[in-house]
Design a protein around this ligand. Structure first.
Ligand SMILES: Cc1ncc(COP(=O)(O)O)c(C=O)c1O
Length: 372
């Protein structure tokens, strides 16, 4: 490989390519993408869109395609309005389009949050075990990262949070609710107290919120009283639209406005906007399997418990279970039987996403075989 401008490449001298020091030797993120019959490793909705939704999305893309010589609407105004309409009922009051922001997956939303509110000399705080991408977002936004601990049963440790907030004065606190990989949701009291003591923003990542059990609240209900609260969502999970890459958030308009400073110009393509708007016209149908997935989740928790495993109660579309002496070996044995799950969480635990009834049957059969 040759270096730009004819400079010597340095190949063999150990410095090429000229990566930032802290990125050298780092493996790119990636859950294994393996083509097996039963894929239960990245918390997708297992049900593909119906032919009617496919046709409506295709028609919307065809209309968008005729305008592709032009840049997209940089403020994605219609999409923001439709997302605000979607969130209103969950928030228990109407949400204005100015309170909504979106990007290519909630991954990108989170990166923009850290670019705007984190950065060198500031700190981002979270609590482990949690979503493995957070430290990577922080690293990429050059934001020092601090991870406290949850209780042994994965519930939130507010005393630990108070201590770490006082010690580190984080400009960003990042917390999923329900948490990935444990499935644990946060109580309103916890979120309200964090908002009160945080010197910066509190991000509640509700990627899995639509799967929460009855009685579990959404942080959206705390808007707009908590002015430093950001609630992120995604169309990748319950909404069955992972391939479209659309994540979004609700927050005070001032916070949304601040993100406009760091976003790349025209970051949401015309096609992405058209697909998301078309999908939102079919909200009821796309979310139509959520109830079934919730029941399947509860049945999976009950079954795993009956089998004698430790199981984390879940408000999401996945279940963390264990504890295995050699989880890598077990994971491989399941894979050998065509069932792909995820090695994540504390040592000894595994996570299974909730699939169709047939997929969960295959998972149970395979797990039964390899643990008998
Ligand atoms: C807690 C959590 N937040 C955010 C994401 C990112 O989702 P996306 O970028 O597809 O919106 C995921 C994906 O698995 C997740 O588990």
């Amino acid at each position: 490989m040759s270096a730009p401008n004819g400079a010597t490449s340095g190949a063999g001298s150990g410095w090429w390519p000229p990566l930032r020091e802290e990125l050298r030797g780092v493996q790119p993120y990636g859950a294994p993408q393996i083509d097996v019959p039963v894929q239960l490793n990245v918390n997708e909705n297992p049900y593909p869109p119906s032919q009617m939704v496919v046709q409506d999305v295709a028609d919307a893309v065809a209309v968008a395609a005729a305008t592709l010589n032009r840049y997209p609407d940089r403020e994605f105004s219609e999409l923001r309005a439709r997302l605000a309409d979607y969130l209103g009922p969950e928030a228990g009051r109407s949400i204005a389009p100015e309170q909504v922001w979106a990007a290519n997956g909630s991954n990108e939303v989170m990166l923009q949050i850290l670019q705007a509110f984190g950065g060198p000399g500031r700190t981002a705080l979270s609590f482990a075990p949690t979503y493995s991408m957070y430290p990577e977002y922080a690293r990429d936004a050059m934001t020092p990262w601090v991870a406290g601990r949850r209780h042994e049963d994965f519930s939130f440790d507010l005393d630990e949070a108070r201590r770490l907030v006082a010690e580190h004065r984080p400009s960003v606190i990042l917390l999923p609710s329900p948490n990935n990989p444990t499935g644990t949701a946060l109580a309103h009291e916890v979120i309200s107290e964090l908002c009160a003591i945080a010197p910066g923003v509190v991000v509640i990542d509700e990627a899995y919120a639509e799967f929460r059990r009855a009685g579990t609240p959404s942080a959206l209900e705390l808007l707009p009283e908590q002015r430093n609260l950001i609630v992120t969502r995604t169309m990748s999970k319950a909404f069955a639209l992972a391939g479209a890459r659309l994540g979004y958030l609700a927050a005070a308009p001032e916070l949304c406005d601040a993100l406009r400073v760091v976003r790349l110009p025209y970051h949401l393509s015309t096609v992405t906007q058209a697909v998301a708007i078309a999908a939102l016209r079919h909200t009821e149908e796309l979310l139509g399997n959520v109830e079934e997935l919730r029941s399947e989740r509860d049945r999976t928790v009950a079954w795993l418990t009956e089998q004698g495993f430790q199981v984390a109660p879940s408000d999401a579309n996945f279940v963390l279970f264990g504890v295995f002496e050699n989880r890598e070996a077990l994971w491989q044995q399941l894979l050998d039987r065509g069932v792909l799950i995820r090695i994540t969480g504390p040592e000894g635990w595994l996570r299974v996403s909730i699939g169709t009834a047939a997929e969960m049957k295959a998972f149970k059969n395979a797990l039964g075989e390899v643990t008998r």
